[in-house]
Design a protein around this ligand. Structure first.
Ligand code: 13P
Length: 248
């Protein structure tokens, strides 16, 4: 059985005052029937890792492929680990768009994260134009093939399906569309990684809220969510965690 995962991506949001949200989550979820992950901006990672209770893991939002060196502004996987992280989001569509990250970039970063002992949360997803052109599964197949490495212990890797057009828009695919993509991802992973694919968790991301979480979590091959806006407030994120616990 795959343990469910509720992951929050704070993106470029949060300052010291936001640590209070984590303290509120600690109180609401001293223990949890699901895994809880918060990925704050790098500036908060160390402090947030110190404040987070036993049920809450922390992660980075990106890492460099190299272990150290002359890469101004970048952060290595080992540095994330040192700051208390256990996970790292890689290949988010915002990084692919804002920083020109390709499947090849994501691939080498994923290797670095796995080598460091982090759990990579690798993001894939189609744009609205690609969906309208009927290319959704083709695009996701290409992203998976290029972004994921062959690596012993790959079963700890998490894949997040985030349709670009659903991120921050309040628009969500139909449950049938989510099922189609998640079933396709599971089958694609099984073809390549064999039995290890059964252990890999698949998250849905894009406008997940407490009000729509339960129906999304009932979809086949949805093992949790990667949540942006609704992870910033403990009360919202807590509702999503509760819905996931119900589904577990
Ligand atoms: P929203 O939940 O704000 O749509 O963001 C989703 C996302 O991009 C998480 O990585």
């Amino acid at each position: 059985m795959r343990r469910k995962l509720a992951a929050g991506n704070w993106k470029m949001n949060g300052t010291s005052a936001s640590l209070a949200e984590v303290e509120a989550l600690n109180t609401a979820h001293p223990t949890a029937g699901v895994d809880i992950l918060i990925c704050p901006p790098a500036t908060l990672l160390s402090r947030l890792s110190g404040v987070a209770g036993p049920a809450i893991a922390t992660g980075g939002q990106d890492c460099h492929a190299a272990a150290a060196g002359a890469h101004t502004g970048d952060i290595s996987a080992d540095m994330l680990l040192d700051a208390g992280a256990s996970h790292v989001i890689l290949g988010h569509s915002e990084r692919r768009a804002d920083h020109g990250e390709t499947d090849g970039t994501v691939h080498v970063k994923t290797v670095a994260a796995l080598n460091a002992g982090l759990v990579p949360v690798v993001c894939v997803g189609e744009t609205e134009v690609e969906r309208d052109d009927g290319k959704t599964l083709q695009v996701i197949g290409t992203q998976l093939a290029g972004s994921l490495p062959d690596f012993a212990g790959i079963d700890r890797l998490v894949v997040a399906y985030e349709p670009v057009w659903a991120i921050g828009t309040g628009r969500v695919p139909t449950l049938g569309q989510i099922a189609e993509v998640h079933d396709f991802i599971r089958a694609t992973l099984a073809e390549r990684f064999g039995a290890a694919a059964e252990g890999m968790r698949l998250l849905y991301g894009g406008s997940v809220k407490p009000s729509n979480a339960a129906e999304i979590f009932a979809v086949s091959n949805v093992d949790g969510a990667l949540v942006g806006g609704a992870s910033l407030k403990a009360s919202d994120f807590s509702g999503i965690i509760a819905a996931l616990e119900q589904a577990a």
